[in-house]
Design a binder for this molecule. Sequence first.
Ligand SMILES: [Zn+2]
Length: 150
Amino acid sequence: MTDKGFAAAINCMDGRVQIPVIEFLRMQYGVDYVDMITEPGPERLLAEGKDQRSIESIRKRLEVSVTRHNSNLVAIVGHQDCAGNPADKETQLKQISSAIRAVESWNFKVQIIGLWVDQRKVKYSVNSGGLQTSLRGSYHLKWAVEDLNL
Ligand SMILES: [Zn+2]
């Protein structure tokens, strides 16, 4: 049995966005595992470049993921309703773009992508019985991931 490998995500600490990001990277990028590097609003932290101690902490953790797990994909994630970064979506997308450039400057040989996570209306709901179509045909809010193609 061989693992398809690891990706890393520089993600918010927010518990609502962990599983959606893991599922998205597994499905869309074919990885088995996602090393999660979390901070409150990491895209702002990396874009602003002020908190060098936290930035170095992120860099060190990413280095472990890249050198020990051979991660060759890194996702930088922003999301709706972020307690760590109250900026609007437009601002957050610019910060994600700046954060990608900041991580590029570390010169790891990895693909770096930007993801946006927000609540979308979906036709399906997940309950204890698994994925089901709603009997009433109503829509449910689900945290969904968008590849920003930055
Ligand atoms: Zn957040």
